[in-house]
Ligand binder design. Structure first.
Ligand code: HEM
Length: 487
């Protein structure tokens, strides 16, 4: 009996060794990690940036790692990104996305082609529709800020965490702009935040039993809050139009509701955290705050409108080079998306330095722009430091000449992705963040509770999920300003 068991075990070992993956000629360096099947999954899930930095030091700009049974080739040379972001034949965007939305949102959209969904989104977030949505966003932001602050007691100092202040205001205004239910945006926000906090663990299947229950109950509550029973009669609203799109794609009622939660997340999860970092950096860098305020004071909007109603128009939003540079610098430091594609056909990857690597069908390829270009010391001097004018030339034009190894870079920062699947909501998000910052700086006296405070560290479990979130918060005090002269 012992002999049979031993022979079986040896046979199994031989099989594993025989079929185990080895690096083939022309393939990137392979690092499987010690744990069978899991590979580097634990280190990756804990702090992906730290892990990938370690791998880059060990292997260079391209390597393949094993993560939970998958082989992922990580490419960290921005001069070679085009061969990934523009390849829709050998590389596929939608399979990984579909898996993610099934795991996180319990959503399956059979029959819906990714191109038709993207086209639908583009129609609604560009041109005249973008203009209408941004105008509506501006009105909701003003109403929320001023309705909370109209009576005299609210002209007194209040204290809050800056992250919650930014996320809550932008989320509620965004929700009122796009979704029909007007009943209780604050309740939707509270439920969404609970869900959002569990999201990275949910996506990586790392939830404990209790957390799994919480995530499930948040999902159910949000499905209920977003469901058609709550819809208004407004026929040309964004939500109604999205419903019609899903119906035309023959998506059943249950999946329609789940799709709404996905849309809530896609449209609302990044702008609030981005506004937090932007204001956090301004409050902790007085020279940057001074430059932004001086630029805002010069805008024509402020010249002839009463304090209660100044708003930044789309046109003016394009004439704020200092604020634009501050936003780019904020996103350089905090946009941590992972651009992942599935290799659906063997592919030769041509690197900018002339090297060629074979990518195997069934593997994944991943760019992590936060590490390079965004935090690459060869591209950006002192990359850890916030420099408000990093993206500004002396003549106040946009600085877009950045180099690595003497070669000018097309991708020197990449918060919105690139190529065929780059962000559809970029203009909407930029307008919303700028309107929000403008509104807060013109309407509020806003200051740090502790003048020596620094921006908090990032929550390292969120690398890969868009804009980072802080580990902790920055306490601020604020009150409604009576005149704008002190700004
Ligand atoms: C600060 C805010 C935002 C950031 C940093 C951001 C970032 C990104 C990035 C990096 C991608 C590309 C992902 C990839 O290539 O794998 C992306 C895709 C996308 N984003 Fe955004 N986004 C933001 C806000 C928004 C908003 C407000 C909307 C909707 C109005 C939106 C809608 C989308 C959609 C629909 C896609 C998928 C595009 C496709 O299917 O081809 N995003 N976003």
């Amino acid at each position: 009996m012992l002999w049979i068991t031993l022979s079986l075990l040896i046979g199994l070992l031989i099989l594993v060794l025989f079929y185990a993956r080895r690096r083939q000629k022309n393939e990137p360096p392979l690092d499987k990690g010690f744990l069978p099947w899991l590979g580097h999954a634990l280190e990756f899930g804990k702090d992906a940036a730290k892990f990938l930095r370690r791998m880059k030091e060990k292997h260079g700009d391209i390597f393949t790692v094993r993560v939970a049974g998958k082989y992922v080739t990580v490419l960290l040379d921005p001069n070679s990104f085009d061969s990934v972001v523009n390849d829709t034949v050998c590389l596929d965007f939608s399979r990984i996305r579909n898996q993610l939305i099934k795991t996180v949102f319990g959503l399956q959209l059979p029959g819906t082609s990714p191109t038709s969904e993207r086209k639908w989104m583009e129609r609604h977030f560009q041109g005249l529709n973008l203009f209408k949505l941004s105008a509506s966003m501006n009105v909701h932001l003003q109403n929320l800020l001023l309705s909370n602050n109209t009576n005299s007691s609210l002209s007194e100092w209040r204290q809050d965490g800056l992250f919650d202040l930014c996320y809550s205001l932008l989320f509620r205004a965004g929700y009122l702009t796009l979704f029909d239910s007007r009943d209780d945006p604050a309740a939707v926000y509270r439920e969404f935040r609970k869900f959002d906090e569990l999201l990275s663990k949910l996506a990586r299947n790392l939830l404990k039993q209790e957390e799994r229950k919480t995530a499930r109950s948040c999902q159910e509550r949000l499905w209920e809050l977003l469901s058609p029973g709550w819809l208004s009669e407004e026929l040309d609203s964004w939500q109604q139009s999205y419903y019609r799109f899903l119906q035309e794609e023959r998506i059943d009622a249950e999946m329609q509701n789940r799709a709404l939660l996905l849309q809530l997340w896609t449209t609302q999860c990044n702008a609030g955290p981005a506004a937090f970092w932007l204001l956090g950096y301004l409050l902790t860098h007085p020279e940057a705050m001074k430059a932004v305020k001086s630029e805002i004071r010069g805008l024509s909007t402020l010249q002839d409108t009463p304090l209660q109603h100044p708003s930044i128009s789309l046109l003016e939003a394009h004439c704020t080079p200092v604020l634009d540079s501050v936003l780019s610098e904020t996103l350089r430091l905090t946009a941590a998306v992972m651009i992942s594609r599935e290799v659906v056909q063997d592919k030769i990857l041509h690197m900018a330095d002339g090297q060629e690597y074979l990518l195997r069908r069934g593997d994944r390829v991943c760019l992590f722009p936060l590490l390079s270009p965004q935090m690459d010391p060869q591209i950006h001097q002192e990359p850890q430091i916030f420099k408000y004018n990093r993206f500004l030339n002396e003549d106040m034009t946009v600085k877009d000449h950045f180099y690595k190894n003497g070669k000018r870079l097309k991708y020197y920062t990449m918060p919105w992705g690139a190529g065929k699947n780059s962000c559809v909501g970029k203009e909407f998000a930029v307008a919303a963040i700028k309107q929000f910052v403008f509104l807060l700086l013109t309407h509020l006296d806003l200051e740090l509770c502790d003048p020596e405070a620094k921006v908090p560290p990032v929550n390292s479990s969120r690398y890969g999920f868009g804009i980072l979130q802080p580990d902790g918060d920055l306490q601020v005090r604020y009150r409604l300003r009576r005149t704008r002269h002190e700004m």
